[in-house]
Design a protein around this ligand. Structure first.
Ligand code: 7RM
Length: 651
């Protein structure tokens, strides 16, 4: 288990007596004010989701709600719709074309206001351009872009013509991008010349070229000009967005698609080195993200919603693009980092656009705490009325700081638990209804059923800890792992047959509140980013000087977990600070900067069982400085002492 998270959650559970009931004034205006949504969903689970689905426009209405043959779900399967039409056309048709879809803020300080009518025209032009490049319904498109309005437009353009897309976070390396292109067998790659980050320029086109060189399926690379730096160019293959897209017609018919048509693939880390392509489909996904966006964030027409994630992660897919756009919401989209040009950039953005709802990760909150209240106090944040948290457990101290210092004591906090695989928020308070406790994600969303079970799959009594499982399907759930059905069944459905195994540890207190405690597998959460220990290990051992590596997540006060790597060198190589830097950069090259190990510890040996398995649990305890448990299964117990002494010295 992720010790840092578990420790925080346990400490919170033991000491947390504070309760925050919703203010009467908040409840009085809330989209849902009582338990009726919970009751409706319990009484008639399928009827509840059908009602949510009917808030969308269907080209062909669905008759069936759910077909469930565990572990395969189909939602609204005989219905047809188009995601882009639901996110754009229907708002424009309803006379709301002049509403702002995105207040876009570039890192250097440039800004664009993108209305629903603008976004529709941009999307249609892009869809027509993709058609000209030979993309047809069913073809896959890879997207590797900075946080600019062309990114959601590209995703919606794919959705419009029924071409499943896969967005690869712009912080991933060329190598990581090539693996995803290859697995998805993408025909076209959409990228940009570069993107701005911390005042510098990220060479996206160069990375894209390096990636494409290692793959065989890409026919064209469509390139947005963002930074105007010189880029390598392959004539015939590469096409400028401003040349191809801008000359297209702003009209493009949306394709009527079956509800179970694949909308996108999103690659995420599991317990092996190879990321999994998580499959999301059309009707159920849009139903789930729009309903949760509406109720969890209590969204109204006059809200300015800011989900401060990157669109390259699932949080951005669901709550920057599809949920808010389906609801006709005005969002803020920000390109850069929170500390450029200074550490008050977020608060300046909130003041500038009068943001009412902010959704971000605990790691960001802890970073702002560290930077100090001064940066916050420089700005007027009184427009805020609701705050959200996602990505990892939030410790009560950060929760309380968020509420007081950012929320001015008046904003409810929604701590939302979910995953790439779940597509939508599953465990969360409804802000007008549920009394919150700092550090608890509280209860399942209406219609969602969760349990905490022991090793044998028995529900643990109140106060107990165990594994989080989901007891029934939900509309935005993954439909599988792309081209790997066996891995789908094994990863999520074999540990507790018929129930979805999330991979998270959880506790349920005497009042039924859920407290998430972090991963129980080899997945780490570094600043809310999901990375597997094996992925980093395999990047390390691909270096010629490395014989073996064992990677663990070590407790970190700001990033939640930090990457700690134990490395054994091949004989004839000496450890040194220079080699440590070289290895860290080797991992960056293999995966991306988010996977750069914080600490590398050279060790002549790694603790192994007699059958040769590396004992990661021991290494984790060593790195976290906790007392060691049973070491009797070790082949060579002295190894532990050697490492521990070295680690102690390192501290
Ligand atoms: C949305 C996202 C999923 C993992 C999940 C958890 C952790 C996410 C919370 C949380 C405690 C939360 N998708 N997680 N939200 N833990 N409280 N509110 O993060 O696929 O990247 O990661 O994130 O461990 O399994 S993800």
């Amino acid at each position: 288990m992720a010790d840092s998270n578990a420790d925080r959650a346990l400490e919170a559970l033991a000491t947390e007596e504070r309760r925050f009931p919703p203010a009467a004034t908040f409840t009085a205006q809330a989209n849902t004010r009582d338990r009726s949504l919970y009751e409706h969903a319990e009484r008639d689970f399928e009827g509840f989701w059908a009602e949510q689905a009917r808030t969308l426009d269907w080209r062909k209405p669905f008759g069936k709600v759910l077909e469930w043959e565990a572990p395969y779900a189909k939602w609204f399967a005989d219905g047809e719709l188009n995601v882009a039409e639901n996110c754009l056309d229907r708002h424009v048709r309803a006379g709301r074309g002049a509403r702002v879809a995105y207040h876009w803020e570039g890192e250097p300080g440039d800004a664009r206001t993108v209305t629903y009518a603008d976004l529709l025209a941009l999307t249609n032009r892009c869809a027509n351009a993709l058609g000209e490049l030979g993309v047809r319904t069913g073809d896959r498109v890879a997207i590797y872009m900075p946080m600019i309005p062309e990114l959601p437009a590209a995703m919606l353009a794919c959705a419009r013509i029924g071409a499943p897309f896969t967005v690869v976070f712009a912080g991933f390396s060329a190598e990581a991008l090539s693996g995803r292109i290859e697995d998805a067998e993408a025909k076209v790659l959409i990228t940009a010349d570069g993107g701005y980050r911390k005042g510098g320029v990220v060479p996206l086109k160069k990375n894209a070229d390096d990636a494409v060189a290692r793959t065989t399926t890409i026919e064209h690379v469509l390139v947005v000009r963002r930074t105007t730096q010189e880029v390598p160019w392959t004539a015939g293959r590469d096409v400028w967005w401003h040349e191809l897209v801008e000359r297209q017609s702003p009209e493009c018919a949306a394709v009527s698609l079956p509800a179970e048509h694949m909308l996108y693939l999103l690659y995420t880390s599991g317990t092996t080195a190879k990321p999994k392509g998580i499959v999301h489909t059309t009707g159920g996904y849009l139903t789930g993200v729009s309903a949760t966006h509406r109720y969890v964030f209590d969204i109204k027409d006059d809200d300015v919603f800011w989900c401060a994630a990157d669109i390259g992660w699932v949080t951005g897919h669901s709550y920057i693009v599809f949920g808010p756009l389906a609801n006709g919401t005005t969002s803020v989209m920000y390109e850069g980092t929170p500390d450029f040009p200074d550490k008050d950039r977020w608060w300046q953005v909130i003041e500038k656009y009068r943001v009412t709802v902010l959704y971000c990760a605990p790691t960001a909150i802890r970073t702002f705490m560290k930077w100090g209240d001064g940066y916050v106090r420089k700005h007027d944040l009184r427009s805020l009325r609701l705050l959200g948290s996602v990505g990892e457990p939030i410790n009560p101290e950060a929760w309380l700081w968020y509420q007081e210092t950012i929320g001015g004591g008046r904003c409810p906090i929604v701590d939302t638990w979910w995953m790439t695989e779940t597509g939508m928020i599953l465990i969360t308070p409804l802000p007008g209804v549920v009394t919150t406790k700092p550090g608890s994600a509280t209860f399942p969303f209406p219609g969602v059923k969760a349990d905490v079970v022991d090793d044998a799959g028995r529900s643990v009594p109140p106060g107990g800890a165990g594994y989080l499982v989901l007891e029934r399907p939900w509309p935005a759930m993954l439909r599988g792992i792309y081209k790997d059905d066996r891995r789908y069944r094994e990863t999520y459905w074999s540990r507790f047959p018929g129930r979805y195994f999330a991979g998270d540890g959880a506790k349920r207190d005497a009042e039924g509140y859920l407290w998430l405690m972090g991963r129980v597998d080899d997945v780490m959460k570094i600043s809310g980013h999901r990375i597997s220990t094996t992925e980093v290990e395999s990047a390390l051992v691909s270096h010629p000087k490395v014989a073996e590596a064992a990677v663990i997540g070590r407790e970190d006060p700001v990033t939640g977990q930090a990457i700690f790597a134990f490395v054994t060198l091949r004989s004839g190589n000496e450890s040194s600070d220079a080699l440590s830097v070289e290895l860290r950069e080797h991992v960056v090259k293999g995966i991306g900067a988010i996977a750069r190990p914080k600490t590398i510890m050279f060790s002549p040996d790694l603790p192994k069982t007699r059958s040769g398995k590396i004992m990661r649990r021991l290494l984790r305890d060593i790195a976290n400085g906790v007392p060691l448990g049973d070491t009797t299964t070790l082949a060579d117990a002295s190894v532990v002492e050697t490492i521990r002494t070295a680690t102690g010295a390192e501290d």
